[in-house]
Write a protein that binds this ligand. Structure first.
Ligand code: PMP
Length: 400
């Protein structure tokens, strides 16, 4: 677990060493992930699951090994519960349009939380438009903590599904997923957990959480873009209809009737993102090798250090002050628009994110048009945070 494992951290921006604090948007990749992708293309490139020839067999072995690594990382009971997707967004859409669509009708209800990423709002709105179901929202308090005590009343006998984020990408809040799942299950409501931000920072045990579905995003957890996974309980995956139709997901096709492949192939129509999956497997192996507890400890130290230092900056307001957070700090600086701040910091070599972070309703809660967001990974350092604070002070002075 070493900063030197991540070659892109050595680049210069505006002739300054890069300070990469945009890890919640996308993390950097270790050399082992880059090598896994490059090796696949240079030494193994072939399609999976189809050929009898050697390369196809090797590509299939690597692809399936990646599924096993992801199963291990999530403590899935089997690798068969792991479906490769394009990312979290596709995972949510898949569940909305298969599992939930097949059991929802006019007047039924779906619950999401106020802090969801748009990818865990819009797919449910689309489903509501298609079916006449209604979207209900579990609110959070001014610290950015979900008001769990309201959940029991929010769930009615019309509630058919609940979808909630494990860790918020804009507020940093870590939600009490096990408790939420328990409350929902007590009323027979299945739960999807959006784990996009969690997989790079937190121990995930889908069996212990007892969630029905869990999505991950490769590029947030040091893997490639355009790849992720959907975990589902086997009884659901077997019962629900396929999402996309095509090759790979069938075992027999006639014009009269098609027999689908068993899970997980049933949900993986077409040639998959083979290199992406292999890269994701390498990212999971990287986390497993170094230990998520160690990664979490380093992240949390940086979060605590940065929070303390940032609160000493005049006019700085932290948006999202939950007691359990991943290493994400959204903030505003009095007198400086977040976009201007982002541009100024970029000139000092610092990459942060500005805007609504694809969580417009969450940002609206705080009556601000946008925030700046610094998000840390274990390979960042306290020296980088000190430099960031210095540059924040400079930016503030430019505008007073
Ligand atoms: N959920 C959350 C909490 C996220 O942060 C993101 C990415 N910003 C997504 C979902 C979407 O993930 P993906 O890029 O894999 O579609």
């Amino acid at each position: 677990m070493n900063r030197n494992d991540f070659p892109c951290l050595d680049v210069k921006v505006h002739n300054k060493p890069l300070v990469y604090f945009d890890n919640a948007a996308t993390a950097q990749r270790p050399q082992s992930v880059i090598d896994a992708v490059a090796n696949y293309y240079t030494k193994t490139n072939a399609n999976v699951h189809r050929g009898v020839h050697t390369l196809s067999g090797e590509a299939t072995d690597q692809f399936e090994a990646a599924r096993e690594s992801m199963a291990k990382l999530l403590n899935s009971p089997s690798e068969k519960n792991i479906i490769f997707t394009r990312g979290c967004t596709e995972g949510v859409n898949l569940v909305a349009q298969t599992f939930v669509r097949s059991r929802i009708s006019h007047g039924d209800e779906i619950i999401v939380s106020e802090m969801e990423h748009h990818s865990n709002i819009v797919p449910w709105q689309l489903l509501c438009e298609q079916t006449g179901a209604q979207l209900k929202v579990l609110p959070f308090n001014d610290d950015g903590e979900l008001q769990i005590e309201l959940l029991n009343d929010l769930i009615t006998n019309k509630t058919k599904f609940l979808s909630v984020v494990h860790a918020s990408n804009s507020l940093g809040t870590i939600n009490p997923i096990k408790q939420i799942v328990k409350m929902a299950h007590a009323k027979n409501v299945p739960v999807l957990v959006d784990g996009a931000q969690a997989a790079a920072h937190l121990t995930i045990d889908v069996q212990d959480l007892d969630c029905d579905f869990y999505t991950t995003s490769g590029h947030k957890m040091y893997g490639p873009t355009g790849i992720g996974t959907l975990y589902g309980k086997m009884e659901h995956l077997e019962a629900m209809p396929p999402y996309h139709g095509g090759g790979e997901m069938i075992s027999h096709v006639t014009f009269e009737k098609t027999v689908y492949s068993p899970v997980p192939a049933k949900f993986e129509a077409g040639t998959p993102n083979i290199a992406g999956a292999i890269g994701l497997g390498a990212a999971a192996d990287y986390i497993l090798k170094h230990g998520i507890e160690n990664i979490n400890k380093a992240d949390t130290e940086l979060l605590d250090y940065a929070t303390k230092k940032m609160l000493q900056v005049d006019g700085l307001r932290i948006i999202g002050t939950a007691s359990h957070k991943v290493s994400v700090v959204s903030f505003t600086l009095k007198g400086v628009h977040p976009h201007d701040l982002g541009t100024i910091l970029d000139h000092y070599g610092i990459a942060i994110r500005t805007g609504h972070h694809c969580t417009m309703p969450a940002i609206k809660h705080f009556n601000v048009p946008a925030t700046a967001r610094a998000s840390f990974a274990f390979y960042n350092s306290k020296d980088e945070i000190d430099y960031f604070i210095e540059c924040l002070e400079k930016a503030r002075e430019m505008f007073v």
